[in-house]
Design a protein around this ligand. Structure first.
Ligand code: P6P
Length: 333
């Protein structure tokens, strides 16, 4: 007997019935993001072949990073899919200096939501075929419905997110998301073009086997971080931890969320305020991590409690199994 396939569409529809007042807009946004990710995956899978996309556009984004053509493609695909369906009033992207307000008064501006995303995180790995990811975060707007969205809609604390998730383009393409009722994961079956439920109700084990950081920055870490890394490497007589670091946050986060472990990107000499972006990398992953039973802190409190001051704010991040994050925070005291 074939196991019952539950597609993402079916799952969202079933869950929507749990929210009697759900208008279907949030479900529509998740469908839009899933559609964009299937198109992105299609072109990513040819990245090694299609040189007219591979490589650089020659432009530089606000992060000061060279923008590879697939970054541009992914960014434009997400904007197009979200704008076409009309379920949100605007978006903000790692690739855009400021937020984009969608202009149709009788469609977009009547929507209740805004979406932030990193269209293709870890894109420096594309040329070497390592996993990359799309990360997204959805908020209810704070500006009046019927008006254009404002900057304030995009500068809300992570605790205000109504949904968050990521798509990881790796050996398989997986979409994990939460709406605050746990984390569920779906794997793309390319033969039918559907994301199918593969990881229901994900919980992060409290295992102490893996830590994930750029060890090359060790000498610029503060002492508490060094003490924690020394603990992982010695782990007081037990088997030392394994260091696993792909250099693509979605892939490193995903591994730890499923198997346990901790990901840390502290302040470094090159990134005194941290490297990773709060609004469209750390907040969505922190929401997922807490929903899967782990913890996400910046060294002085919950990532989700940070009050953002500008769209591309960066933050240190310590995220993973609760015991390991708590141990690191003890070292930082
Ligand atoms: P480093 C990729 O550029 C990224 O934004 C994250 O995906 C990743 O975790 C981090 O930067 C890697 O940074 O300094 O170790 O190369």
């Amino acid at each position: 007997m074939q196991p019952v396939l539950i597609t993402l569409e079916e799952f969202i529809y079933q869950r929507q019935k749990d929210f009697p007042f759900a208008s279907g807009e949030l479900s529509g946004l998740l469908r839009d993001i899933a559609l964009a990710s299937k198109i992105i995956q299609r072109d990513l899978s040819k990245a090694g072949l299609v040189d007219h996309i591979l490589g650089k556009t020659g432009s530089v984004n606000i992060q000061g990073e060279e923008v590879k053509k697939l970054d541009d493609f992914a960014n434009n695909m997400l904007i197009q899919c979200l704008q076409t369906s009309g379920e949100c009033c605007g978006v903000a992207s790692e690739e855009e200096d400021t937020f984009i307000s969608f202009h149709e008064k009788n469609r977009h501006q009547k929507s209740k939501y805004v979406v932030l995303f990193d269209p293709l995180d870890g894109s420096s790995n594309i040329d070497v075929g390592a996993p990359v990811g799309t990360i997204f975060s959805i908020y209810k707007r704070v500006s009046p419905v019927g008006e254009p969205c404002t900057n304030a809609d995009f500068l809300q604390k992570g605790t205000e997110q109504v949904a968050a998730g990521y798509v990881m383009y790796g050996s398989s393409t997986m979409l994990f998301y939460t709406t605050g009722a746990g984390v569920n994961g779906f794997t793309l079956d390319p033969s039918i073009g559907e994301f199918c439920l593969s990881h229901p109700d994900v919980k992060t084990p409290n295992s102490e086997k893996t830590y994930s950081c750029n060890q090359g920055n060790y000498h610029s870490f503060e002492n508490g971080v060094k003490e924690f890394i020394n603990y992982c490497q010695s782990s007081e007589g037990k088997k030392p931890f394994s260091l696993r670091y792909i250099g693509s946050m979605v892939a490193d986060f995903h591994r730890n969320m499923i198997k346990g472990g901790i990901f840390l990107y502290p302040n470094t000499a090159d990134a005194p305020k941290g490297k990773l972006r709060l609004m469209y990398e750390c907040n969505p992953l922190a929401f997922l991590q807490e929903q899967a039973g782990g913890k996400a802190d910046w060294g002085g409190g919950r990532i989700l409690e940070i009050q953002p001051k500008e769209l591309h704010t960066r933050t240190p991040v310590f995220i993973g199994g609760e015991n390991l994050v708590n141990r690191l925070l003890e070292n930082l005291k």
